[in-house]
Design a protein around this ligand. Structure first.
Ligand code: F6R
Length: 614
């Protein structure tokens, strides 16, 4: 939530900042802004606009400013409505410091009161301006911005990151991280800082991930990091990012979401190639011997995550219980972190997250560690906070996901969790060799099944056209496709703004059946399963009440095809693998409905890709 970028070096700063903000816009798009120090000038150049980055770009078109130092921000509003005055960067009351901020300063109201009593005037309703003014106050007392920031952050409560500079020192950017991510991009005679690596990729692949309580001093020539935790200057190792720049571009697709849906066969192929060895065994390169032994001995598993990742956890949990024979529960992070979990060192807690930065999931990880459980992160973004803080990490290798609605990251999570379940079954000897081999053989075919579905997906377009004006949808599924029903409904509501509800089909008679009429489509996920007859009975009950049935079923299921108003088929696979396939038509259905309604598919209202505030 909120994207930050900073630049210092020989290039024209404004294009670097704007390009960076383009990559970061998925983190929030309520407003955007830039502050820089024009060459040989003593005044800041600040430009901000409400709404998307395009509005800022349009406004920038009229200006020509030469600057080599600057900061930029794209906002997801927390304190204060989306408006130009609340947009970042904020300048302190003395007009000396420009600052951008991601996160929440929890004690801003108290501090604002104190500062107002000292005669300070505030222009915005943001917590950010309080931060800028507090730093400004300390800067008035000490000649060094570094010292001022150090003093100010010790008085600020909450979780946030800051990037700032003063017009009195055009050679230095200062950055501070407490929980919310910041990554430094290392260049030749230039350096960068951003909320995530995608903004840095056009310029450098050498990066340093800041750690909590790091205070960085960044000049064009060097980067120095002081840890407020250890009260010492520290060396943080740099790493090389191997994400492809092209992956973070639309490559001719009208939307990132559509492009990312079409990337799924390749992502799955990458995962399977990495994880399944020539001898058919599953291998996770990042799990130490010690952690593998822990996996053998744990007595319970908890899957903790949010949103789409939570749905992946539900499937993973079914697979772990079915194959590894360990009791496994699934919980959303926000509930887990404030619950009274009875974890101990015999527990494994699996944190599933695309971004690796979700505030609630991070808090859950810390809670699980404090209770002595073994923690395993299933993460897409390499080097993210959760990936670094967990005892062990397995990356999902989906590549950058820019569309706010998760697609390829979800199927990558599913594939990874299924492999983890099969792996745990193998090392705990709870699966027969022949069954294991069969699952491996079948999962290896998943990328080609996925490609086939995507090839035929256009057939499903007429169904979306028929129903795109409807405002209510019900999604039903059973077993490992109950999470698919939840995920299908989430995809539709988040990008089309229609009301969609996912339900366990067996629960239909306990309430939702009252909703069935000739207006509300019911999307039934009815691929081959030992409960297929139950699902067919549910469909009959819907039809008997004049309901509209859209069925996702297995190829060749004539009875289902005849019964449904619309039918989309997926290839036959063992049931536990089917959620990877059945979700694809649902992603496409949601996408089409959103497009037909003229929605902003990649940047739906009120949402942000990375939820770094709770
Ligand atoms: C929905 C979606 C969200 C995320 C959720 C968790 O399409 O993307 O529900 O799944 O915010 O985010 P991560 O996986 O980054 O922890």
């Amino acid at each position: 939530m909120c994207g930050i970028i900073g630049y210092i070096g020989y290039r024209d700063a404004i294009p670097v900042l704007v390009n960076g903000l383009e990559k970061l816009e998925y983190r929030g798009y309520d407003s955007a802004g830039i502050a820089c120090l024009p060459h040989q000038k003593e005044r800041f150049f600040v430009i901000k606009e409400k709404g998307k980055l395009s509005a800022l770009k349009e406004k920038l078109g009229d200006f020509s400013v030469e600057a080599h130092l600057g900061i930029g921000h794209t906002r997801w509003a927390t304190h204060g409505e989306p408006s130009r005055v609340n947009a970042h960067p904020h300048i302190d009351a003395a007009g000396k410091i420009a600052l951008v901020h991601n996160g929440i300063i929890e004690n801003y109201a108290t501090l604002k009161n104190i500062l107002q009593k000292k005669g300070m005037r505030f222009l915005s309703q943001t917590d950010t301006e309080v931060g800028a003014n507090l730093i400004g106050l300390h800067y008035h007392k000490t000649p060094k911005l570094f010292d001022a920031v150090q003093r100010a952050v010790s008085e600020l409560h909450g979780f946030f990151s800051l990037v700032l500079f003063t017009k009195e020192d055009p050679e230095t950017l200062i950055a501070y991280k407490r929980s919310n991510p910041l990554v430094i991009g290392l260049g030749q005679r230039e350096n960068f800082i951003a909320s995530d690596v995608t903004a840095l990729l056009p310029y450098t692949r050498e990066v340093i991930y800041l750690e909590d309580e790091d205070l960085a001093v960044i000049t064009a020539k060097e980067v120095s990091i002081y840890s407020l935790k250890t009260r010492s200057w520290v060396k943080r190792r740099s790493s090389t990012v191997n994400w492809d720049v092209a992956q973070a571009q639309k490559q001719g697709f009208p939307h990132f979401m559509l492009k990312e849906m079409y990337e799924q066969p390749d992502v799955l192929k990458t995962i399977l190639n990495k994880r399944i060895q020539k001898n058919g065994e599953i291998f996770f390169d990042t799990l130490s011997k010690k952690f593998q032994t822990q996996l053998k001995n744990i007595e319970r598993v908890s899957m903790i995550s949010c949103g789409t990742a939570y749905h992946a956890g539900l499937v993973g949990s079914i697979a772990i219980e079915k194959y590894a024979k360990i009791s496994c529960r699934t919980q959303v992070s926000s509930e887990f972190r404030y619950g009274d979990s009875l974890l101990n060192k015999k527990d494994l807690v699996v944190l599933i997250t695309q971004s690796g930065e979700t505030a609630d999931t991070l808090a859950a990880l810390r809670e699980a560690k404090a209770k002595g459980a073994a923690t395993l992160a299933i993460v897409n973004v390499v080097g993210s906070t959760i990936a670094r803080e967990a005892d062990a990490v397995i990356y999902t290798h989906a590549g950058p996901e820019i569309g706010v609605a998760s697609t390829k990251a979800y199927t990558a999570q599913l594939a990874t969790l299924l492999l983890l379940a099969f792996y745990m079954a193998k090392i705990r000897r709870t699966i027969a060799d022949a069954d294991f081999k069969k699952l491996i053989k079948e999962i290896k075919k998943i990328p080609q099944h996925c490609a086939k579905i995507l090839k035929e997906i256009k057939k499903f377009e007429t169904c979306a056209q028929k129903h795109y004006t409807r405002r209510n949808f019900l999604y039903l599924g059973r077993g490992c496709n109950y999470p698919t029903a939840l995920e299908g409904a989430l995809k539709l509501k988040e990008i089309s703004y229609a009301h969609a509800h996912g339900y366990a089909a067996g629960e239909m008679k306990h309430g939702p059946i009252a909703l069935i009429d000739h207006e509300q489509p019911v999307i039934c996920i009815a691929s081959n399963s030992f409960t297929i007859d139950k699902m067919i009975s549910n469909i009959q009950e819907i039809r008997a009440r004049d309901g509209i049935v859209i069925a996702i079923g297995t190829e060749g299921h004539r009875e289902l095809e005849k019964m449904a108003d619309d039918f989309f088929s997926v290839p036959a696979v063992p049931e536990i693998l089917s959620p990877i396939l059945t979700v694809i038509p649902l992603q496409f259905f949601a996408y089409k409905i959103a497009v037909l309604n003229g929605r902003d598919v990649d940047q739906p209202r009120n949402l942000a890709k990375s939820v770094t505030v709770e």
